[in-house]
Design a protein around this ligand. Structure first.
Ligand code: M6R
Length: 607
């Protein structure tokens, strides 16, 4: 979704804003713009398209020169992507950038039109700019406080007032915003990577806090003008984490970072060979008490929940419901005290997941968040919190975040099974040690990336394909299919292999690719029978299976082998790697923008 940046200091502001915005490109956008105090006047440059289009435009028309300003990448919600609808938006004396959605913008716009105001764009954001202008009485903080009391919805705003040169104001409600603090300079940004080149110190702006940035001082106030003393945080990511580091795409880099991400995530949570989640607020006593678990999330994070369900139910024998957050929140779910609701989210800002968590709390359940982004809304509001330590995930297609989410689900399941007395301490130790071996397994698998590349070359002209599997392999198929469709733009569905005969098999035609995941020994023969059924109807089958299985020609055309020594239960951690690589190379070979697929945003902060 939209990205916001702001800068006040001694550097070339336009350069800093463009650089910082480039670090937020991963969020997804279709236009960009900046506003800079140029010799005391606010000068705006904006353009539909990529940052490169904006840069090209500024080369022709002249780049605003100055040391303070705001910038924005827009992911269109109200009004098509166009120069006019791009941010910043201005009233007479106020210019703003906005991330979020103003739900009551229509009412506010009607009011302003009646008051004689004219609008240039179709955006909800321009309403905020005009409203600030309408109420502006020379006191920016009082005006911002007054206006935000009238706004319904979500917003992070970067604001400049013509009367206050070289000063940037900011406020947030729901949408994330940080305030970076450097030496004689300060920043606002939607996410930490935007400021890492300049500083690692930042404040997390809370709801309805107003930041005032000037070159030599930065202050944060509440809506009643009280100055707040906030804790200065230090980002534990370095610059390299937000750079491609020699890889062609962030997605490939992130796939290769998975072994390290697993180690960093699980090692601190293993004590004396056993999982220990106490520092996250999860005690053995609590684990033994839950009778029912809900896992609520969106997209890939939800798929991690599906793996979690298989593992928790198998080991701990506790029923687990996995739910899409946007459905859960509106279906009046039967959740109550004594239930545990686990929210999984890379960004920690996904609007539906956040709302689902708030609902679960309201219904009396305990909430556990499994989140990657430090200090995000979901992380802050959950009763218990397990941070995944994957580092920044920049590619829109989630890979390493999924990997560490499932690693955490394993640890959780092992400890819960122990707490419930369903497995012995020795068995728990054994399983934990298997989990600790997965980074090495993945390292070795990554050496076979060419096999995935070769398989991808057989898929690039497909119109549609199917992913099939049973049990944990079905969980994996869901993720493989999502990964492929979101970055290759090839239509794809995942199906439980046993369900095909109930309708979907009629789609199979000569040459249609089917990717079959068949790693689960107990289900293997049954899956092979289902594969033969599609093969007999002309499908071109790619099988992801154990190394030792050599498929006949009536089963598969291509194989990606996985190490035989990996136990069935842990197979998802290995099997997802070829699925990620196949999706990646298919996208590359089709010439797509792998890291920033069309229409998608990294952090989905709207419903
Ligand atoms: O930040 P979250 O984990 O809450 O995001 C959830 C989904 O939007 C996300 O996983 C999405 O499906 C990815 N594009 C998948 O690669």
């Amino acid at each position: 979704m939209c990205g916001i940046v702001g800068y006040v200091g001694y550097r070339d502001c336009a350069g800093v804003l463009m650089d910082a915005l480039s670090k937020l490109e991963y969020r997804g956008y279709d236009s960009a713009g900046i506003a800079v105090f140029d010799k005391g006047e606010i000068s705006v440059a904006k353009s539909k398209g990529r940052l490169a289009d904006l840069a090209e435009k500024m080369e022709k028309t002249g780049k605003p020169e100055g040391n303070a300003g705001i910038g924005h990448t827009r992911w269109a919600t109200h009004g098509e992507p166009s120069d006019i609808n791009s941010h910043p938006h201005s009233g007479e004396r106020v210019t703003i950038v906005h991330n979020g959605i103003i739900e009551n913008y229509k009412v506010l716009k009607d009011f302003l039109v009646k008051e004689g105001r004219c609008f240039k764009s179709d955006t909800d954001t321009e309403v905020v700019a005009q409203l600030l202008d309408y109420y502006y009485d020379g006191d920016p903080i009082a005006t911002i406080a007054k206006v935000t009391r009238e706004l319904e919805g979500s917003y992070a705003l970067g604001i400049v007032f013509a009367d206050f040169p070289d000063t940037v104001f900011a406020i947030r409600c729901e949408s994330p915003l940080i305030v970076g603090i450097g030496e004689n300079e300060s920043f606002i940004a939607s996410d930490v990577p935007a400021i890492l080149k300049y500083t690692r110190n930042y404040y997390l702006l809370e709801h309805d806090e107003i930041a005032v940035l000037s070159r030599y001082s930065t202050s944060i106030y509440d809506l009643h003008y009280n100055k707040l003393n906030k804790e200065l945080k230090t980002a534990d990511w370095d610059m390299d984490a937000a750079e491609k580091g020699g890889y062609e795409h962030f997605m490939l880099k992130e796939i290769f970072e998975q072994p390290t991400a697993i180690k960093t995530t699980i090692t601190p949570r293993i004590v004396d060979g056993l999982p220990n989640l106490e520092e996250c607020g999860i005690t053995m006593e609590k684990l033994s008490s839950y009778k029912q678990i809900f896992v609520v999330a969106c997209g890939t994070a939800m798929h991690a929940g599906v793996v979690g369900r298989y593992v928790i139910e198998k080991l701990a024998r506790v029923p687990v419901n996995v739910e899409i957050a946007s459905e859960f929140r509106y279906r009046d779910p039967i959740v109550s005290e004594g239930d545990l609701v686990i929210i999984i989210s890379q960004s920690g800002e996904t609007a539906d997941s956040l709302a689902a968590m708030r609902l679960a709390k309201k219904l009396g359940a305990e909430t556990l968040a499994i989140v990657n982004a430090k200090g995000s809304s979901i992380a802050r509001e959950a009763d218990m919190l397990i941070y995944t330590h994957a580092g920044p995930e920049i590619a829109v297609a989630s890979t390493k975040a999924y990997m560490v989410q499932i690693a955490v689900m394993y640890l959780f399941a092992f400890e819960m099974a122990l707490a419930k007395g369903m497995i012995s301490e020795d068995e728990c130790r054994r399983l934990t040690s298997l989990l600790q071996q997965t980074p090495d397994t993945i390292e070795k698998l990554l050496e076979h990336k060419e096999t995935a590349q070769y398989i991808a070359s057989s898929l690039i002209n497909a119109d549609s394909l199917l992913y099939i599997g049973r049990g944990l392999d079905y969980a994996l198929s869901m993720e493989g299919s999502l990964k492929l469709k979101e970055i290759s733009y090839i239509h794809s569905e995942s199906y439980a292999a046993g369900e095909l005969k109930h309708g979907t098999i009629s789609l199979i035609h000569d040459g249609m690719p089917v990717i079959a995941v068949a790693t689960q020994s107990a289900l293997f023969d049954k899956t092979i029978s289902n594969i033969k059924e599609v093969k007999a109807r002309g499908a071109k089958v790619v099988i992801v299976c154990r190394d030792s299985y050599n498929p006949d020609t009536d089963v598969a055309d291509h194989k990606f082998g996985l190490p035989d020594e990996v136990e069935d239960l842990l197979m998802p951690m290995a099997a997802v790697v070829p699925l990620q690589l196949i999706a990646y190379y298919t996208s590359v070979l089709r010439g797509n923008d792998v890291d920033k697929p069309r229409n998608l945003a990294k952090s989905v902060t709207v419903e």
